[in-house]
Design a protein around this ligand. Structure first.
Ligand code: SAH
Ligand code: SF4
Ligand code: F3S
Length: 470
């Protein structure tokens, strides 16, 4: 069974724990504050919104600084070494808050602490951390918190073998117009470099009615930009008791009336089907955007990565996308410096970028992850070579992205306003249907679709002005 529900008993306990925390934590009369710090991908952001929702239901109010909070939650990522180092360093910064007020509770969750060695490290070297739990145990947050508030031991929980798919946690969303909707959890692909299947467990999907109900509710509440999330959305529903694959789920969500864009990520190239491409092409709300992580342009490297497709299969899928979805914005992920990657292999990646002409490329230097097969591979690429390769890739792609963006000059397009730029408040940041960043030098309220005329472009951002008054 891949879609295990919580038992009625577990659900009752969850609600009872929420109530008990509410009584205990709010006993001083003052509403306690919670600060949540999130690292990692959109899935972690979506998880943090559930943690925020649970915290609110337990009587906490969300605050945007750790100082003065009664509860601090750090939601961690483990995808690369850098992500772990940052999380550990931030956790370290909270030591003095606990020293100043020992009643502060510090919890750590997410992918990093789903690894036994990291959970152990926290337990041993971070005595001010009260408890930790993994991504499969979000629903146990109230229970763990309650136990600690009542003076229980520090607990560092590792993921269960068969995690459930709970539907009981409330969500406190960070935005009133953009929303994440997790449709499935975990990953079964075991790409040889990747830690995610080890820390997020086996694939399991939410029931289609639950997903569609959530999307419908978001649309009714005025959400404009909704992203369906999964590590590999193409395997949605596989092995489940219901009969609905990702294409059907997307079609059902697309059938909802309203003014909104529907996105999804991530789609694994080995399972991207022509039917899915047709569903995007024929969709009313589905954004003409496809994020299709290639990782490498070399068959030898793809094989070593256990990606399950060849370059030819990948480019064939890309060809179909471009043919059936004119104007589709295509982006990819690339890993540079995978063990054994030769100069010739790397040049194959550069040639893929030239051939594919991606709008955007997210590139990463390979980071060995303990416990994954690739961490034991020979042929490590030294840091200097990997850095130089990354530089060459970025130079090439900057030119390609600039050229792709230049084609937008003079066009009128619809964008979603996303608030003022943090670095320049006179600029309103917007997202195009394809997910590109566009700046307008006017102040426009956030969360509305506006028509803009593109007046200038660069490699990373378009410039535009309002083409109609709003
Ligand atoms: N499930 C998604 C991606 C998850 S991780 C997918 O399969 O596309 C996001 C990206 O991080 C990956 O696409 C990959 O490019 C990169 N990544 C994952 N593990 C990595 C590692 N060990 N070193 C460097 N980059 C990595
Ligand atoms: Fe990692 Fe591969 Fe799963 Fe993506 S599909 S999360 S890269 S194992
Ligand atoms: Fe996401 Fe990082 Fe976990 S990328 S799935 S938060 S390891």
């Amino acid at each position: 069974m891949r879609d295990i529900k919580l038992s009625p008993e577990e659900e009752r306990k969850y609600f009872a724990d929420v109530e008990s925390v509410r009584e205990l934590a709010g006993a001083g009369g003052r509403r306690p504050g919670v600060y949540i710090r999130t690292f990692g991908c959109q899935q972690n952001e979506a998880d943090s919104e559930k943690i925020a929702g649970m915290a609110e239901s337990m009587g906490y109010c969300i605050q945007d600084r750790p100082e003065g909070a009664s509860l601090i939650v750090v939601n961690t990522c483990a995808v690369r070494e850098h992500a772990e180092k940052r999380a550990l360093s931030v956790i370290g910064q909270y030591k003095h808050l606990k020293a100043a007020d020992p009643s502060v509770i510090i919890a750590v969750c997410g992918c990093m602490v789903s690894q036994g060695k990291r959970a152990d490290q926290l337990k041993r070297s971070y005595p001010y951390v009260d408890f930790s739990f993994g991504t499969s145990d979000l629903h146990l947050f109230p229970a763990l918190l309650l136990d600690r508030l009542k003076g229980g031991r520090r607990v560092f929980r590792l993921p269960p073998d068969e995690p459930p798919v709970p539907e009981i946690m409330p969500t406190e969303r960070g935005s009133s117009y953009r929303a994440w909707v997790s449709i499935m959890y975990g990953c079964n692909n075991f790409c040889s470099y990747c830690i995610v299947p080890y820390v997020r467990g086996r694939e399991r999907s939410r029931e289609p009615d639950a997903v569609i109900g959530e999307v419908r509710d978001l649309v009714a509440r005025g959400y404009r930009d909704i992203t369906l999330l999964g590590q590999n959305v193409n395997s949605y529903g596989r092995g489940c008791s219901f009969d609905c694959d990702f294409t059907e789920l997307l079609r059902r969500a697309d059938g909802i009336d309203g003014d909104f864009l529907l996105r999804f990520m991530t789609s694994h190239p080995k399972d991207a089907t022509p039917e899915l491409i047709d569903a995007i092409a024929g969709g009313r709300h589905v954004a003409r955007q496809f994020h299709l992580p290639a990782q490498s342009g070399s068959d030898a490297v793809l094989r070593a990565m256990n990606r399950g497709y060849t370059r030819e299969k990948y480019t064939e899928t890309l060809r179909l996308i471009k043919e059936k979805i004119p104007g589709c914005v295509v982006s990819t992920d690339i890993i540079v410096g995978f063990p054994g990657e030769t100069e010739a292999n790397f040049e194959d990646t550069l040639s893929l970028l030239r051939e594919a002409e991606f709008d955007m490329v997210f590139s990463f230097i390979y980071s060995p992850r303990a416990g994954t097969p690739a961490a034991a591979f020979g042929g490590a690429v030294d840091a200097k070579t990997a850095g130089e390769r990354m530089q060459r890739l970025l130079e090439l792609q900057t030119g390609i992205s600039a050229e792709k963006n230049a084609a937008y000059t003079g066009r009128e397009i619809r964008v979603l306003t996303c608030g003022r730029s943090r670095t320049d408040p006179s600029v309103t940041e917007c997202r195009t249907e394809g997910g590109k960043l566009l700046h307008i030098r006017q102040t426009v309220p956030e969360g509305v679709f506006v028509k803009v005329k593109v007046t200038g472009t660069g490699a990373f951002v378009l410039e535009g002005e309002l083409a109609e008054t709003i």
